[in-house]
Design a protein around this ligand. Sequence first.
Ligand code: CTP
Ligand code: MG
Length: 190
Amino acid sequence: MSAEEILAAVLMGVWLFIPAMVPNTAAVVFGGGTPVDFGRTWKGRRILGDGKTWRGLALGGLAGAAVGALQIWVSHLCGSTDSWGFGPGWSGLGLLLCLSFGALLGDMGGSFVKRRLGRERGAPVPVLDQLDFAVGALLAAAACRPGWVYASYIEGWHILVLAVLLAAVYVLHRSANRIGYALGLKDEPW
Ligand code: CTP
Ligand code: MG
């Protein structure tokens, strides 16, 4: 493999992950209302907390899938037969749904862990806050298309693509949240 090949694989790895990166940001913008846990507690602590809402889950997931559908549409306009990596025809649609809703499920998993650790809604837990959604998206995608996740992010030197992706996700997530905070969309800068 050459440096060009690795660079191309990294760019591809980030491009393919866009449907997983949109949902949480969209949930900040469009979320609110009834919490997913309906306010219920477990052992004296909230199951997920008021920061995870049904509206955020539904609209965030749809936003991620819509952006992914747009990516596939553009690739088809350019004559791609494999939807630029999402898969031939419209088979990539299932993958999009896994990436977008998996990201939100991972984010909820992160909140579940935070509540078990006794951290209130919005309290920062470094690394978990930034990467929970990425792990959720990758696990959901692996459940739906294991071969795709393996070939894109794990096989041989592709593990490097995963490392760069997670580092980029970490930095992007932190900057996006600072911008959201500055714009008054978010209550905390993390
Ligand atoms: N959000 C939502 N529904 C979701 C996810 C997020 O409505 N499923 C919105 C909430 O308004 C939330 C904001 O996006 O407050 C920021 O999300 P996040 O930082 O993940 O939640 P926190 O409020 O920080 O709560 P937690 O401590 O549980 O992460
Ligand atoms: Mg938070």
